[in-house]
Design a protein around this ligand. Structure first.
Ligand SMILES: [Fe+2]
Length: 265
C-alpha cells in the first residue's frame, strides 16, 4: 500500500502569491501532478492540514478547485490555518468527515488502517488534543489492536529543535504519547506543521513530518534562530507500507525542480 502525504499547502485566493513571491497554488498543482505520475500510483492521499493560508472562503474555493484535479482519493484534516466549517463546505462529497464537532475519522478499507486526528485549537497556532479527542483516539486504538495502524495529524508531538516554532507546545501531547505507546499496532505518526521533513522516535513508534508543498522553514538550529521562510522545492511524502517490512517513508519533489540538473562525465 502506498500512502501519499501532502501538507501545508497554504493555498491563497486565485492569483495571490504567499509573501508576494511564492506561487503556493502552482506548487500544490505541481505536487499533485507529480503524484499522479507515480507508477505504481499511491492508493490514497492524506492531506495533513494547513491547506489554506488564512482559512478564508476564497482560499477554500481555490483549494477545492486545485484538489479537483487529484484523481487519487484524498482525505483532509485541519491544521492551525484551517477552519472546520469551511473545510466541510469546500469538500461536500467527503462523507468520512463528521458533520459536526472534530474532524477526526478512521480509514478502514486498506491493509494499513489510518486514524486521522484533529489537533486544531481555533484560539492558537499550537496543537491540541483535549480529553474528548484523546478518549476517541484511545477507543479507536482499542477496537482494532491487531490491525497495523498509521496515525495522521497536523501538529507533530515533538520538539524539532527550531526554537521559534515551539513545536513542543501541544496540549495533550503527553497523554497522547501514553495512549499510543500502549498500542503496538501503531506503525507511525505522520504530521505537518513544521514545514520540514523530520523524523523522530516517540511513543514507541516513529514520527514523520512531511515536507510542505508551500514553502519551507529554514533549517537553523541556533537557539534563537529568527522566524522565516525559504523557497526550497515543493515536496510530498510517499509512505510505502508492506506487512512484511513495515512502513518506509520517502520524500519526493514536485515537477519543475531537478530540470536544471547537470550530469558529471
Ligand atoms: Fe503550515
Amino acid at each position: 500500500m502506498i500512502i501519499a502525504q501532502i501538507t501545508d499547502m497554504h493555498v491563497m485566493a486565485a492569483g495571490q502569491m504567499a509573501f508576494g513571491r511564492i506561487d503556493v497554488n502552482a506548487n500544490l498543482a505541481a505536487a499533485l501532478a507529480r503524484l499522479a505520475a507515480h507508477d505504481p500510483r499511491p492508493d490514497i492521499v492524506l492531506v495533513t492540514g494547513d491547506m489554506t493560508f488564512d482559512g478564508e472562503v476564497d482560499e477554500y474555493t481555490a483549494l477545492a478547485g486545485i484538489m479537483a484535479g487529484c484523481d487519487i482519493p484524498f482525505h483532509v484534516m485541519p491544521g492551525n490555518h484551517d477552519n472546520r466549517a469551511r473545510i466541510r463546505a469546500a469538500f461536500p462529497g467527503h462523507d468520512y468527515l463528521p458533520r459536526g464537532g472534530f474532524l477526526h475519522y478512521t480509514i478502514d478499507a486498506h491493509p494499513l488502517r489510518i486514524i486521522a486526528l484533529d489537533t486544531l485549537n481555533p484560539e492558537s497556532v499550537d496543537g491540541q488534543l483535549c480529553a474528548r479527542r484523546l478518549d476517541w483516539l484511545a477507543a479507536r486504538l482499542a477496537e482494532a489492536p491487531d490491525r497495523p495502524t498509521l496515525i495522521a495529524m497536523h501538529h507533530p508531538p515533538i520538539d524539532i529543535g527550531i526554537g521559534w516554532l515551539a513545536s513542543d507546545r501541544f496540549e495533550g501531547r503527553d497523554a497522547a504519547r501514553d495512549i499510543i505507546a500502549r498500542h503496538g499496532q501503531v506503525v507511525g505518526v505522520i504530521c505537518g506543521h513544521v514545514h520540514r521533513c523530520v523524523q523522530a522516535q516517540w511513543a514507541n513508534t516513529v514520527v514523520h513530518t512531511g515536507a510542505p508543498t508551500a514553502y519551507q522553514f529554514p533549517l537553523d538550529l541556533k537557539p534563537h534562530a529568527e522566524r522565516g521562510w525559504v523557497a526550497e522545492p515543493p515536496a510530498y511524502s510517499l509512505h510505502y507500507w508492506r506487512a512484511e517490512s513495515g512502513l518506509v517513508s520517502h520524500t519526493g519533489y514536485a515537477d519543475g525542480f531537478g530540470a536544471a540538473q547537470e550530469f558529471i562525465e
